[in-house]
Design a protein around this ligand. Structure first.
Ligand SMILES: [Zn+2]
Length: 310
């Protein structure tokens, strides 16, 4: 079904309807006891639970997921996830708070849980990149000293006191993978590429950064020398990954205003996820499915460094 915010609100206007949909996604062949796999189960209407007739285990579709243990109604979770999936530039906790009329802390928590769930599955199932691949690194934040103080986009003080480096690989016409890295030495760049990119690629294009100099041993590696004003040599260029960097930076500036360095990896993952699913008409459904199969992230883990900038 083609989904927009209005059809979403109409279709899932109650917790019961949301729960039914989650059950469909979690148990496409009907509910089963997670402990003994029996399908002889009874529904306990009042508590949204099932009771296993064989082993008496009680369970629900949300138990052990991020939907559980939250005072937020399921339809608000649905709306928030929908907004986070569909918004091209991303949705900040502040926007979610306003749109759904929930507290900031709750909105912040919800956003981070959704991102963390997305992050924890991203990368595991994906095969290495093939075809023509571009690899590049970019810098986010930094001192920002050339702007007037009140126009500084990354904030001041502890946020972005230093630049953060992000490395990325992109398949032309395909997927992207991006990670925040502490440094850009050869070991870091080289191992990122080897993990992300199959040696069967027809081309891997980078700039002249010396960290990529060992790739030629195992890849068909072409470089352009940006330092010498060289940007495109036949098929060798990094224009595709640079478009992704622009999107990422516009998103961070436009929607998040400030992203603390600590949380940057989660934002980068979210952008990566949205980009890789840009042609997926079932993104909302697929995200719900991921959230159902992901361990919940305890609040303490998110707040351990006492940073709540989002
Ligand atoms: Zn059972």
């Amino acid at each position: 079904m083609d989904m927009n915010l209005l059809t979403l609100a109409r279709t899932y206007d109650s917790d019961a309807k949301c729960r039914l949909y989650l059950e469909e996604l979690a148990w496409p062949d009907g509910a089963k006891c997670p402990r003994c796999q029996s399908d002889k189960i009874s529904r306990i209407e009042k508590r949204h639970q099932y009771d296993c007739d064989s082993c008496r285990y009680q369970f629900s579709v949300t138990a052990g997921t991020i939907f559980h243990d939250s005072h937020l109604p399921l339809w608000k979770w649905f709306a928030a996830i929908y907004l986070m999936c569909e918004s091209k530039k991303g949705m900040s906790a502040m926007q979610i708070k306003r749109t759904l009329g929930i507290g900031y802390k709750t909105a912040w928590y919800l956003c981070h849980r959704v991102r963390a769930a997305i992050q924890s599955v991203e990368g595991k199932e994906e095969a290495r990149f093939v075809g023509e691949v571009e690899v590049d690194e970019t810098y986010i934040g930094g001192k920002d000293k050339n702007r007037h103080a009140n126009k500084r986009k990354y904030g001041t003080g502890r946020h972005y006191a230093e630049k953060a480096t992000v490395i990325g690989a992109i398949e032309r016409g395909g997927r992207v993978r991006a990670r925040v890295v502490p440094i850009t030495d050869t070991a870091t760049l080289d191992s990122f590429v080897r993990e992300a990119v199959s040696q069967k690629v027809t081309l891997i294009a980078t700039d002249e950064h010396s960290g990529y100099r060992l790739l030629g041993k195992d890849y068909n590696h072409g470089t352009v020398n940006h330092g010498k004003g060289e940007y495109v040599v036949g098929a060798i260029h990094t224009n595709t990954i640079e478009s992704f960097w622009s999107l990422l930076k516009r998103g961070i500036v436009g929607s998040y205003h400030k992203v603390s360095k600590e949380h940057l990896p989660a934002y980068v993952s979210e952008f990566e996820f949205r980009f890789n699913n840009r042609k997926n008409p079932h993104l909302f459904r697929d995200t719900l499915k991921r959230l159902l199969s992901t361990e919940p992230l305890p609040f303490e883990k998110l707040t351990s460094k006492k940073s709540q900038a989002a």
